[in-house]
Design a protein around this ligand. Structure first.
Ligand SMILES: Cc1cc2nc3c(=O)[nH]c(=O)nc-3n(C[C@H](O)[C@H](O)[C@H](O)COP(=O)(O)OP(=O)(O)OC[C@H]3O[C@@H](n4cnc5c(N)ncnc54)[C@H](O)[C@@H]3O)c2cc1C
Length: 334
């Protein structure tokens, strides 16, 4: 039996903790229940996982489906690898810990990313030099309209930087019910240690998935605000990628501009642009920019989603006016 709740408060459903309501809400513990609810529903749908990448800006007059299906299983094992199937409602970080306990490698750099498995392919989660696509095999998804299941291969997902087909052509069309990843076994690990301070913390001759994850956790906890302490949804904007012409113009004006060149394009840290405009630590009512991380917008307690969204619009406009760069939100605006 699926319990449908009416006018449910969304305050505890997202990590930024803004207030509001959803007209209908249900939590799905079994994939078969998902099919029945989809069959009987005629309202617009929103799919919710851990709520760590969503900014709710208005009352939602539809049905919010909260995916909470659990289960992790090794589907195939060779001398060098395992293929693991994980249900969409599993917590991502708990899955990373499970992998490390089994000495499987591939996801250690992605430790402590909030949220659930089902959302991981949506923006091809990434951190510390690794993206989901590097371990991703396929995902199973249900089409919201036809109710047909489809397997999406890594190619079909069209993964990019914080991007996939699920944010483009197939936006709002599918609910991901499980994800398969390929992890390495002892003796076959390939570690990514170049990014951030990992190399400073872990000795080169003693690398292991667990040591890298520990280093990543140490770095992340020292740098990123814990949503349990202060409401936030991680990086609010993507780091923009600009062409050479604009880069040369900016370099003349700001010789210190940090940049990551790739194929005649330049990735610029959005945090640097925002900080340059003195927004670090900015506060307007209960909406603000984190005091140490300019890329993270925060809710000091009673901010509405709209207030945070308006602050993001103000920042975008100023960045565009001053640097001619159009910032794109990484967060899903609802
Ligand atoms: C402190 C903090 C740090 C973060 N650090 C990182 C980081 O380092 N790297 C990174 O990539 N991200 C990071 N994020 C963003 C976030 O953790 C990821 O985007 C995560 O994958 C979101 O998972 P979720 O379950 O919370 O998704 P939600 O916020 O619930 O949903 C996000 C989107 O996915 C859709 N969705 C969710 N589940 C499903 C499903 N089963 N099927 C179809 N669509 C679905 C939703 O409709 C929504 O559009 C961070 C966030 C926070 C708060």
């Amino acid at each position: 039996m699926i319990q449908l709740e009416e006018n449910k408060s969304i305050e505890n459903l997202t990590t930024i903790g803004v207030k509001g309501t959803t007209y209908r809400y249900c939590k799905i513990e079994k994939t078969s229940n998902l099919i029945s609810i989809l069959k009987s529903n005629s309202l617009p749908i929103k799919v919710l996982g851990g709520g760590s990448n969503i900014l709710w800006t208005k009352k939602f007059n539809g049905l919010t489906i909260h995916i909470n299906t659990k289960g992790v299983s090794v589907e195939k094992e060779t001398n060098s690898h395992v293929i693991v199937n994980i249900n969409a409602g599993e917590n991502w970080h708990e899955f990373v810990i499970w992998s490390i306990r089994n000495n499987y490698g591939g996801v250690e750099n992605l430790a402590l990313i909030p949220g659930n498995i089902g959302a991981a392919p949506i923006q091809n989660i990434g951190a510390y030099g690794v993206e989901l696509k590097e371990v991703f095999v396929e995902c199973l998804a249900i089409n919201i309209k036809t109710l047909k299941s489809k397997v999406f291969s890594v190619e079909e997902c069209e993964f990019g930087y914080r991007d996939s087909i699920f944010k483009n052509q197939e936006k709002n069309n599918y609910i991901i019910t499980s994800v398969k990843v390929k992890l390495s076994k002892k003796g076959h690990h390939k570690f990514a240690t170049k990014y951030g301070d990992i190399e400073k913390i872990v000795k080169k001759n003693s690398l292991s998935p667990s040591k890298i994850a520990k280093a990543v956790i140490e770095i992340r906890t020292s740098k990123l605000p814990d949503p349990k302490q202060i409401g936030n949804c991680g990086s609010f904007f993507k780091n923009p990628i600009i062409d050479e012409v604009l880069f040369e113009v900016l370099l003349k004006k700001y010789p210190e501009i940090p940049n990551y060149p790739s194929k005649n394009k330049y990735k610029i840290p959005a945090a640097w642009l925002i900080e340059k405009l003195n927004y670090k630590g900015y506060r307007d009512g209960d909406a603000g920019v984190h005091k140490d991380q300019a890329l993270i917008l925060v809710n000091y307690g009673n901010s509405s989603g709209l207030e945070i969204f308006n602050l993001s619009k103000k920042i975008r406009k100023e960045v565009l006016d001053v640097f001619e760069i159009n910032l794109t939100p990484e967060v899903n605006i609802w």
